[in-house]
Every structure is written in structure tokens, then in C-alpha cells.
Design a protein around this ligand. Structure first.
Ligand code: ATP
Ligand code: MG
Length: 429
């Protein structure tokens, strides 16, 4: 029976393991093979005079990163990692790795991110890289759990669409038989239609596609969006669900991912406390201007401005009351001061993690706002119809899964948190 490497302890006498050869150390009469599976690394100790001819023949053949089967006697030793070693009765090469390797998996030779991504299947074998994806898995599980527990229904909306969500230029066109179609940049319009369909609370965790030309450390051309929409709710209600979902994900990682955090050498993992502080857009541009990044009312926040404000805030926070001109047509303006709207961004000190708002549920106002943005309401007929036949007030947000993981683990490049990232220059592997 196969035993996971982490379960090989001196308390068992005999073990059969399967894994990859992480390292080979030849000390003359003694050879150490470090064998790795997804649960850990085990030292296989081979005293050449004491093992069988078959073991010696396999040892001669074996290369780093080959898949091997090892069966033998477990011994306690202070000199090996986790205080145990395996002395083999049998050593079999299941799949031999060619040499030289295109990438060093033992992390002794650092490689450029591009080389790593070109050889991602090898890169992902590194315990540190693997740990990122185990944590990402837990983050998404936690968010899922939190939203389920709070009566949100998980939905899947189409990724092939006919109209741009915001009429933007950031769309990938698609050959769709004899029609023009696009890859969806956001589930926004569909999750709003589901409010009109009586779902009350929905969420979706799925891909968004953005044909953004620029190549930055925090933009992907294919990203994962955690989207939420809720009925009979305003922007305050939406912010409350968002901060609690994020704090829940942090707490879940703290409680369930101690080993992965240790692998990543993250010592001081702090769960953000709720509620997150809120500042208005006006206050945000004042802070930025005072901090040497001058901004005027109506400007978008540059990444430099985000950093200045983030440094001052020192924690996750919200920016509220955005100029209506800076936000999409579906945003609800304040009734008494329509130049600002019920939109918010949720910020990590390093960057924006999420945008949300109370939406405009009033048909005539929505049509006007579409026109004000220079768009044609006819293109949005499928979206507008539900607003004509009973639409509840609603609010929601979109949270970038990769940015959440990137900032949580202090990754320098968003690509590190994606298995196979898509950017301006990369569509393979
Ligand atoms: P930014 O201004 O930082 O480019 P945005 O305001 O264009 O982001 P939104 O349309 O508000 O992005 O999308 C909501 C969230 O989805 C963002 O806060 C971010 O976390 C994530 N997101 C959006 N675009 C991308 C992208 N190209 N790559 C990775 N994540 C993204
Ligand atoms: Mg945004």
C-alpha cells in the first residue's frame, strides 16, 4: 500500500512510497535520495554494501525528477529531515526523467519568471510554488462557504456574449458562426438580470477576459472574478458582505494552511479586522495630493496614488462616494448629490481588490445613463427588459481572486498565483 510521505514516521516499521527524486547526494559508500510527493520529502538512505544488486542497478540509472517507487525499512535518525529515513529493500524507476532538466525543481538555482512559466509543470513541483495553489484553493473554498452560509446561490453565466458589459474596448472578439461575439469581461449584466429573475442573492466564481494591452504585475488577460449580487440591498450592505467574506478567507487560511504558510516562510499572518475603515473619494484624493501624487475630482486613482493612500491607511479599506463620471452606467447616483454615486472600491494597501456599488434599478434613469456614456440602449435590450417588469433595488461587487491571493501572500507578480497565466505575450502553455 502506498503511504503519503508525511505519514512515514519511525512508529511504522515498513513503508512503500511513490514520488519524485528531489535530490541525489552521493557520499561514496552511502547515497541519499530525497524523494518528494505532495505531502513532503523523505530521505532514502542507501548503504551501497548492504542493499541488493537490483537497488544498486536502479540507483545507477535514476535521475533527478524521475518518478520512483521505494519500499523498505523505516528508521529513526536525527540527521534526516523529520527524524526518519527509509532504507530500501526495493527501488524501482517508474518514469525516468531526461537530463538535463529545463528547470531546477530543488530551488537551488533561481530562474526568471518567464523560464518558470515556460516550464510550469516543473515549476509547480516546487513545494513553495505548490503551496500558493493549495492556499488559493482554500481561499476559494472559504469564500464559497461564506457565501453559501449567507444564502447566496452559486450561478454560472455565459462567457460568450454579444454585447460589451461596459461598452469598453477591452474585449476579445470571437468568431461565432456568422455572428460577431466576444468573451465576457464581467458577469455584471447577467447577475443583475438574475436579480430581476427573483434569485435574491447570487454569486459566481469564474473567468473574466480583458483585452488590456498593457503588461503589468497586477493585470491578466484572463482572470478569475468572485462576483456577488444581492437584492433589496444598498452599497453599505454589499460592503459588509465583502469585508466579511475576505476576513473569513484570511481566517480560514490561518486555521487550515499552517504548513503551507510555513513553506512560504510567512511568519506573521494577520487576519484583517472588520469593519474595514471607509474614506470617501474626496478624502482619498486629498491624501494622495498631500502625499505628493496630486489628483483632481474626477481623476481615476493611479497606481502611485493607490500606494500613497494605502501607506497612510495601513490596512484594508474602502473608498466610497465616487464621482459618477468615473463609474459605469449601471451605478446608482446619490439622489441629493448626483455628481457622486453609491460606488466603492475595496483596497489592499498595495492595490485595488474589488469594485462594487448599489446599482441603478430604475429603468428610465438607467437608459439615460447608458446614453450619457455615449452608448446605444438598443444594444442592451436583453439587459434592460428585466428592468421594465419589476426589478428590486440591488447591489454587488466583483473581487479579483488573483489579486486577493497575491496580496494575501505578498507575491510580487500576479502571474505567480495563476497556474497558466494569460498575458499580452503569453497564450502557452
Ligand atoms: P484596475 O483599475 O486595477 O485595472 P478595474 O477597476 O479595471 O481594475 P474592475 O472592472 O473594477 O477592475 O474589476 C473588479 C476587480 O476584478 C478588480 O478590482 C480586480 O481585482 C479584478 N480585475 C479586473 N481586471 C483585472 C485584470 N485584468 N487582471 C486581474 N484582475 C483583474
Ligand atoms: Mg475597479
Amino acid at each position: 500500500m502506498r503511504i503519503p510521505i508525511k505519514d512515514v514516521t519511525p512508529s511504522i516499521e515498513h513503508a512503500k512510497i511513490f514520488g519524485w527524486v528531489h535530490e541525489e547526494r552521493d557520499l561514496g559508500g552511502l547515497t541519499f535520495l530525497l524523494v518528494r510527493d505532495r505531502t513532503g520529502i523523505l530521505q532514502v538512505t542507501i548503504p551501497k554494501k548492504k542493499v541488493s544488486a537490483e537497488v544498486l542497478a536502479a540507483l545507477k540509472e535514476v535521475t533527478r525528477e524521475s518518478v520512483v517507487e521505494v519500499e523498505g525499512v523505516v528508521k529513526a535518525t536525527e540527521k534526516a529531515p523529520n527524524g526518519r529515513e527509509l532504507v530500501p529493500d526495493t527501488l524501482k524507476i517508474i518514469s525516468k526523467a531526461e537530463t538535463p532538466l529545463p528547470l531546477d525543481v530543488s530551488e537551488k538555482v533561481p530562474a526568471e519568471l518567464d523560464t518558470r512559466l515556460d516550464n510550469r509543470y516543473l515549476d509547480l513541483r516546487k513545494p513553495k510554488v505548490n503551496a500558493i495553489f493549495l492556499i488559493r484553493n482554500s481561499v476559494l473554498r472559504a469564500i464559497n462557504e461564506y457565501l453559501w452560509d449567507n444564502k447566496f446561490t452559486q450561478v454560472q453565466t455565459p462567457k460568450i456574449v454579444a454585447a460589451a458589459t461596459e461598452g469598453g474596448t477591452e474585449l476579445f472578439p470571437l468568431a461565432y458562426f456568422d455572428k460577431e461575439a466576444f468573451l465576457n469581461q464581467s458577469p455584471q449584466l447577467y447577475k443583475q438580470m438574475l436579480m430581476g429573475a427573483g434569485f435574491d442573492r447570487v454569486f459566481e466564481i469564474g473567468p473574466i477576459f480583458r483585452a488590456e494591452e498593457h503588461n503589468t504585475v497586477r493585470h491578466l488577460n484572463e482572470a478569475t472574478s468572485i462576483d456577488v449580487e444581492m437584492s433589496f440591498a444598498n452599497e453599505q450592505d454589499a460592503m459588509s458582505v465583502l469585508e466579511n467574506a475576505v476576513a473569513y478567507a484570511y481566517q480560514y487560511v490561518k486555521d487550515h494552511c499552517a504548513a503551507e504558510l510555513e513553506t512560504l516562510e510567512i511568519k506573521d499572518f494577520k487576519v484583517p479586522s472588520v469593519p474595514f475603515p471607509k474614506i470617501t473619494y474626496k478624502e482619498a484624493i486629498e491624501i494622495s495630493t498631500e502625499g505628493g501624487e496630486p489628483l483632481a475630482f474626477g481623476d481615476d486613482l493611479s497606481s502611485a496614488a493607490e500606494r500613497v493612500i494605502g501607506e497612510k491607511m495601513g490596512t484594508m479599506y474602502f473608498i466610497t462616494e465616487w464621482p459618477t463620471s468615473t463609474r459605469p452606467f449601471y451605478t446608482m447616483p446619490f439622489e441629493d448629490k448626483p455628481e457622486v454615486c453609491r460606488a466603492f472600491d475595496m483596497m489592499h494597501p498595495r492595490m485595488e481588490l474589488s469594485s462594487g456599488a448599489q446599482r441603478c434599478h430604475i429603468y428610465d434613469l438607467l437608459v439615460k445613463q447608458i446614453k450619457d456614456k455615449g452608448l446605444n440602449p438598443d444594444a442592451f435590450e436583453f439587459y434592460l427588459n428585466p428592468f421594465r417588469y419589476g426589478m428590486p433595488p440591488h447591489a454587488g461587487w466583483g473581487l479579483g481572486a488573483e489579486r486577493l491571493v497575491m496580496t494575501m501572500l505578498d507575491l510580487q507578480n500576479i502571474r505567480e498565483g495563476v497556474l497558466f497565466p494569460r498575458d499580452r505575450h503569453r497564450v502557452s502553455p
